[in-house]
Design a protein around this ligand. Structure first.
Ligand code: IMP
Length: 430
């Protein structure tokens, strides 16, 4: 029996959605525990592409239960859009197959206005957020002026909370950001029907999970973003507003940490990042362009081109420690085909010293020089490789070198976007 957490080890977009979708076949329930619709998971099943922002990637498996934990911030409009689209495509036939924590906080238009207004005001110094209101919603949670689904689905409580909270938010919008304030009564009229539509999905998720864990059901916790975007352990302030690390799977879903058996990290075979912030192995040349093109590196939430660079093992070692990784999955190995020489960053040089850890300030991280090991590339197309035995020798050597340098077992390798393009060496649920 295993309860497994899957997390990103880089700056997000590692291909977690596809791996979660794959391992869902062995789990009973899939649980999201942080972030919101800043995430974007692209899934390709039988040639059909589905992009999800909020609902766990496990939803494409009928009979599995999808859970949105208390650590997630929920935009009601996006949630309902996804529910309707999934239902239209023949998924989510039963309401009970999607359970959303009553303790999850709700994103409102004033959160988005603050997010976008602040970014616009910052100019070149902007974080490059997704503009979805994620940060301001988490701020309100911590400032104890948030509205949770528990309040949202009760019309009177919702109205009272919103009327009490909005004047302060409006004052900030008007006086600091010079943005038009929101009218509580207009928002209530628009959002009360959405709350009613969401109500059947709202549940005491912590109790449900405890019950399932007791019955030895298999739980799969699905992380969003990546470790270098974690509010504590990432490249602050160029980070998201939640804890993306595995420890938060417990906190953001309402189970204790002793329920977690394994933590699988997902790493892309190279590195990407969207938005601002330091990126030591970034390639601003033809090779970077090649990776972007071959890997279709454009954000599934905002469509922005992703910055691309070589694989950075300093970043992944940091993720090993911060998440307590028990194994790793390497994704998008096929994208590296056609490059004569591949580079793997094993350390950084700064001020005449070599370092193996990520420095704490953006200022230092911007100055480090990556130390590389070079390894021969391969020309063969990997997208049709279905077994490890068929893998070209040079590609095998690349994977094995990463495994040796990290001292962490690689349990699967993904060679394309579809469910079938995944070579599993060891299943964490077995
Ligand atoms: P926010 O999460 O919208 O506040 O954005 C903060 C930073 O996290 C920005 O650099 C975003 O580009 C980045 N970010 C947020 N979600 C994702 C994701 O799912 N993948 C990659 N980057 C993300």
């Amino acid at each position: 029996m295993s309860n497994v957490v899957i997390v990103g080890t880089q700056w997000g977009d590692e291909g977690k959605g596809k791996i979660v979708d794959f391992f869902t076949a062995h789990a009973d329930a899939v649980v999201r525990f942080q972030g919101g619709n800043n995430a974007g998971h692209t899934l390709v099943v039988k040639g059909q592409k589905t992009i999800l922002h909020l609902i766990p990637s496990g939803v494409l498996h009928p009979k599995k239960i999808c859970v949105i934990g208390n650590g997630v911030v929920v935009d009601p409009k996006i949630l309902l859009e996804e529910i309707r689209a999934l239902k239209g495509a023949g998924y989510l036939k039963n309401e009970k197959s999607l359970r959303i924590s009553e303790l999850a906080h709700v994103i409102f238009p004033y959160h988005q206005a603050i997010d976008q207004g602040r970014e616009a005001a910052k100019g070149d110094a902007k974080i490059g957020t997704t503009g979805r209101g994620i940060g301001p919603c988490y701020e309100d949670k911590v400032a104890r002026r948030g509205i949770r689904l528990a309040e949202f689905i009760h019309p009177e409580i919702f109205a009272a909370r919103l009327r009490a909270i909005l004047p302060e938010r409006n004052a900030y919008l008007e006086s600091v950001l010079r943005i038009k304030p929101f009218d509580a009564e207009v928002l209530l009229k628009e959002y009360a029907p959405l709350a009613a539509e969401i109500r059947p999905y709202v549940a005491d998720v912590g109790e449900l999970l405890r019950d399932w864990a007791k019955k030895k059901r298999h739980l799969l916790f699905e992380g969003a973003q990546g470790t270098s975007l974690d509010i504590d352990h990432g490249t602050y302030p160029y980070v998201t507003s939640s804890n993306t690390v595995a420890g938060y799977a417990a906190c953001g879903s309402g189970v204790g940490p002793t329920e977690i058996d394994q933590v699988v990290g997902i790493a892309k075979a190279y590195t990407t990042r969207v938005g601002g912030g330091p990126f030591p192995t970034e390639l601003q040349d033809a090779t970077g362009e090649y990776l972007r093109k071959q890997g279709d590196e454009f954000g599934s939430t905002t469509g922005r081109p992703r910055r691309c660079g070589w694989l950075d093992l300093v970043v992944i070692r940091h993720a090993m420690r911060a998440n307590g990784l028990t194994s790793l999955t390497l994704t998008k190995l096929d994208v590296l085909s056609g490059l004569k020489t591949l580079r793997i960053c094993t350390g950084y040089r700064l001020g005449g010293k070599t370092m193996k850890t990520v420095p704490p300030t953006v200022e230092a991280l911007q100055q480090v020089q990556p130390v590389y090991q070079d390894i021969r590339g391969w020309d063969e197309d990997l997208s049709g490789v279905t077994r490890w035995k068929q893998m070209p020798a040079a590609a095998k050597r690349y994977v094995e070198r990463v495994e040796t340098l990290l001292g962490l077992p690689i349990i699967s390798v993904s060679v394309g976007p579809s469910r079938e393009q995944h070579i599993v060496l060891k299943n964490p649920f077995k």
